[in-house]
Design a protein around this ligand. Structure first.
Ligand code: ATP
Length: 512
């Protein structure tokens, strides 16, 4: 199946099974805004819990906060967002579609890489067993020609972005003959800058109202609370502050489902360190975060680091953790060495000292910061994309199963009475009443047991138990395992010990 079709299926699966709905759907939706349904919210909460615990419980020098979405407007002046949180946009006059100029060019660079991959695949077929990829890549004139074009484009693009040279970005699009994917034409407008922050009015009277922004990142709430937390928590460097919360960006191109939303959620951690040690901490956090991702068991080959060529105005090192989505490797998390830029700016704009007094050196200084920033929704999407599986069964049927890591699954155990009578529903309820204190259990009595299994497969429930007539005699049930579909007879009193450990967030944390 084409990857595009797989993605479409995932999107409709998310809706059909109560994971993600388009926002305001009865009014035909609101672009790039989504609601999480009854199963989606559980999965999302589990992702957040996994992240929160990995930061705040697993590190004795990291604490959490929850800052307000509204903040003093000067914060966004100080952070540079009012002046520089822009994307270069370009319109196609024929389709009337709007694009990010930088994304059009990045996609073009990816096309050169795809061409090289195709050449390699062709050569592998031609040479068979004796094929040496490294040698082919370094000697093939055709590969060299494509790679030279890509590198020249890369260099030109990087310079244009660093200088924010909008005319040059447009010229690159024209020179590369990039066409609009909808109209297929090269009828492009000028490139313009577009600020991504949402603004609103604050205060009740017209005269007293002032302009405030919906925060475009959660990080600034951490920076402006740095001193509060450091002092009240008697924190010593190095230490971190973690936060999970909503962020808002008026994205130019908002397609691809929950990958790029206008309202989304971030999990950010700012790690404050002694100046000069930040580039020692940077690789440590890269490694720690990659371990967190890989503990989910999706396979190391599906992740990669992408180091940034163009550093943001505040950073001295930056990388993305990318995950293989059906539409290519895409950023899920950013790790940035943000220097002391933000704290210094807030000192400057507020006129207050935001320094750390180091008892060891008897000096005061502004700490440097390593930031890890991950989107909850993008993480959700990567989990969904990796878990969605269509299996061909021996009897010719197709089974759709979400192979979610058990610790993230919305429902851990479904309890199914074989029939709706003779005391079986009551017995099933009894099991739930006992186990619901420990993990999320659901009761289902509608349709055949086979259909009920399929429903649970589709939402990723790792365990189902069936209550039958023997259960009433010997207190045993049939447990069925989602991935293997194997069934076993077990005692009701053993259920908790069979399931609890495997579905706990602790089981993931231990793999970190
Ligand atoms: P992109 O280049 O894709 O626009 P970014 O580099 O601007 O992303 P950051 O500012 O580093 O993103 O934000 C950190 C994380 O927040 C990203 O890695 C991503 O997971 C998430 N994120 C950012 N923008 C969005 C969005 N519009 N919708 C959903 N998640 C987002």
């Amino acid at each position: 199946m084409a990857q595009e079709d797989v993605f479409k299926k995932i999107v409709s699966h998310c809706k059909e099974y109560g994971f993600v709905f388009p926002s305001s759907e009865v009014y035909d939706g609101l672009a790039a805004v989504y609601d999480y349904g009854q199963n989606g919210v559980e999965l999302k909460n589990n992702i957040k819990e996994y992240w929160w615990k990995s930061m705040v419980l697993m590190h004795d020098n990291i604490v959490g906060i929850d800052s307000a979405i509204f903040m003093h407007p000067t914060i966004w002046k100080a952070s540079g967002h009012v002046d520089a949180f822009n994307d270069p946009l370009i319109d196609n006059r024929d389709s009337k579609k709007r694009y990010r100029a930088d994304v059009l060019i990045e996609d073009q660079m990816a096309k050169y890489d795809e061409k090289i991959e195709k050449e390699v695949a062709k050569a592998r077929k031609r040479f068979g067993e004796s094929f040496d990829e490294a040698q082919y890549l370094s000697t093939s004139p055709r590969v060299k020609e494509i790679a030279d074009k890509r590198d020249a484009l890369h260099e030109r693009f990087q310079k244009a972005m660093n200088d924010m040279n909008l005319e040059e970005l447009r010229q690159i699009i024209l020179d590369e003959e990039i066409v609009c994917p909808i109209s297929g034409t090269k009828n492009w407008t000028e490139v313009r800058q577009f600020n991504l922050m949402f603004a609103t009015e604050f205060g009740s009277t017209a005269e007293g109202a002032s302009k405030v922004y919906l925060r475009p990142e959660t990080a600034q709430g951490i920076f402006v609370n740095y001193l509060n937390v450091q002092k009240t928590g008697r924190m010593k460097l190095p230490f971190g502050i973690a936060q999970i919360g909503k962020a808002f960006r008026n994205e130019i191109v908002a397609r691809q489902f929950i990958f790029r939303m206008r309202e989304f959620e971030q999990m950010e951690m700012q790690f404050f360190v002694q100046p000069g040690t930040e580039l020692e901490w940077f690789p440590k956090w890269k490694e720690t975060r990659m371990r967190w991702h890989q503990a989910l068991g999706f396979g190391a080959e599906n992740y990669r680091f992408h180091d940034h060529d163009k550093l943001a105005h505040y950073a001295n090192a930056a990388t993305d953790i990318e995950f293989r989505m059906p539409f290519g490797f895409k950023e899920v998390e950013g790790i940035h060495s943000r220097t002391n830029f933000d704290l210094s700016q807030h000192e400057k704009f507020s006129g207050r000292s935001i320094k750390y007094f180091d008892p060891q050196t008897n000096e005061s200084y502004t700490p440097y910061v390593i930031e890890t920033s991950i989107g909850v929704d993008r993480m959700f999407l990567s989990v969904m994309c990796h878990s969605y599986t269509e299996e061909q069964l021996e009897n010719g049927e197709t089974r759709v199963v979400l192979k979610l890591p058990a610790a993230l699954a919305p429902v851990k155990l479904a309890v199914l009475p074989l029939v709706k009578k003779d005391g079986l529903p009551e017995k099933a309820q009894e099991i739930i009443n006992d186990l619901k204190f420990h993990f999320n259990c659901k009761y289902d009595e509608k349709d055949t047991v086979g259909k009920r299994y399929r429903r649970q497969d589709a939402i990723g429930t790792p365990y189902c138990v069936t209550v039958d007539y023997d259960t009433l005699k010997d207190d045993s049930v049939t447990i069925r395992f989602r991935d293997t579909m194997e069934q076993e007879r077990v005692k009701i009193s053993d259920l908790r010990s069979i399931i609890e450990d495997k579905v706990s967030i602790a089981s993931l944390l231990k793999k970190n």
